[in-house]
Design a protein around this ligand. Sequence first.
Ligand SMILES: Nc1ncnc2c1ncn2[C@@H]1O[C@H](COP(=O)(O)OP(=O)(O)O)[C@@H](O)[C@H]1O
Ligand SMILES: [Mg+2]
Length: 359
Amino acid sequence: MSDNKLDLLGTTNSDIRLLQEKGYYLQKIVGEGSYAKVYKAVHMWNETQHTVVACKLIDTAQGPREYLCKFLPRELDVLIRVDHPHIVNVSSIFQRRAKYFIFLRYAEKGDLLDFITQNGALSENQSRLWMRQIMSGLYYIHTLNIAHRDLKCENILITANYNVKITDFGFTRTTKEKDRDIFSETYCGSLLYAAPEVLKGVPYLPKCADMWSIGIILYIMLNKALPFNESSARAIYEKQIRGKWRFRSSIVDSLSLQCREQVAQLMEPEPQARPTAGGMFNGPWIGMDTRLTKLTPLEENLLKQANEEMQKQNNDESEYDRIALIRQKYRGKGGLRVLKEADENFAKSQQLLENTPEN
Ligand SMILES: Nc1ncnc2c1ncn2[C@@H]1O[C@H](COP(=O)(O)OP(=O)(O)O)[C@@H](O)[C@H]1O
Ligand SMILES: [Mg+2]
């Protein structure tokens, strides 16, 4: 493999050398966003063992100040904290000068948008299974009082075993401060997945807005189409608040009543009338398959830990303090800084993942 053939976001030979010293070799681009490129890469553990990983390479020299000071530290903060079978698994995060290298478990089957584009709409049963997995991950991050704010099919990854994981925490934010709900004012994410209150531009409750986006993802899974395809925010908003959308006629009769009601409840204009992630998990649609309603012992444990962490956090540091710490601690030039290195835990977490019934 020749490094020269890769568009490495201005990465220098010495960056590459340092990564290679750590055993990481970038191979090809698999995704691209505003400030990041995602590569398929190989991590050589030793001479005989290797793992395929993804590397999200972020060049902060290219981003605006708000992204640098607000969104990127939040993304790193969340990635360092979360650990869940339905959230993308981060193995290591390195920083060198203006660049961040985030190494993630590689999702062999790509993202949900590509999957639906290539394979067509999903059956109701497949949608239920994947939604249940997405709900499990979202329930966990919402319990940590983190809202995602950019849920869309491109940010749902599919593994080799056809399990799904939420990724891309670039727009996340804390939803509570000292037991008080925080309203969000920043417009985030994609127009097509944005809730009416977000489009309207009023301060909104970010967890409720996440649930709207989940409704759009579910609609796309079932229909392989968008519920609203107007190009202006105003036109979309008008349709949203009037509930002017419908299922494709070719599939509507094959869907259960519970399924149709689930989509309608998620795409509910009144934010607080939408189900919560936990509520949807226990709702009648997921409940149609009784195997899906119970949390696995691992999921239960992680939720419990998240709850405990929140109780503890109420008493001490805020998101603001934690982020200030990340920025201070890892500021600097020169060598490769390690923000997270979970290599020693890799075998353990891999084993855990393999042992989870859903995996
Ligand atoms: N771990 C991964 N495995 C495989 N593909 C990935 C992985 N992470 C991201 N991608 C691909 O790269 C795209 C962009 O990644 P993402 O983290 O969403 O970056 P951005 O913040 O630029 O949107 C995703 O939509 C997906 O197609
Ligand atoms: Mg993305």
